[in-house]
Design a protein around this ligand. Structure first.
Ligand code: ZN
Length: 101
């Protein structure tokens, strides 16, 4: 399988999980907070429809691995480090834009 590269894709935020799932927009996201735990749901920016949920922290990287440091911006989020759908798509989410490596 070869990696897909995409043009930059704008990450559209959804306030609730159901509308996020129903819309299925490439690169869209939903941030779910459950007490201390925060999860970043997103659809793969390439448009394949793959959905993922990853643990994030607000301005910290949680102890669990893998996890990501979120800058706390709910409209134009930045996540560190990069996001790797192994063998498929690898890139960054910065200021609300997904960019291939
Ligand atoms: Zn994809």
């Amino acid at each position: 399988m070869t990696e897909i590269r995409t043009e930059p894709v704008e990450a559209e935020g959804f306030q609730d999980l159901k509308s996020f799932r129903d819309a299925r927009r490439p690169g869209s996201f939903h941030i779910a907070e459950d007490g201390e735990d925060i999860y970043f749901w997103s659809f793969c920016p390439c448009g394949c429809g793959a959905q993922s949920s990853i643990p994030i922290g607000r301005n910290i990287k949680p102890d669990e691995s893998p996890s990501w440091n979120w800058n706390g911006d709910e409209a134009k989020p930045t996540l560190e480090p990069s996001i790797n759908h192994v063998g498929h798509w690898h890139g960054w989410l910065r200021d609300g834009i997904w960019s291939s490596c």
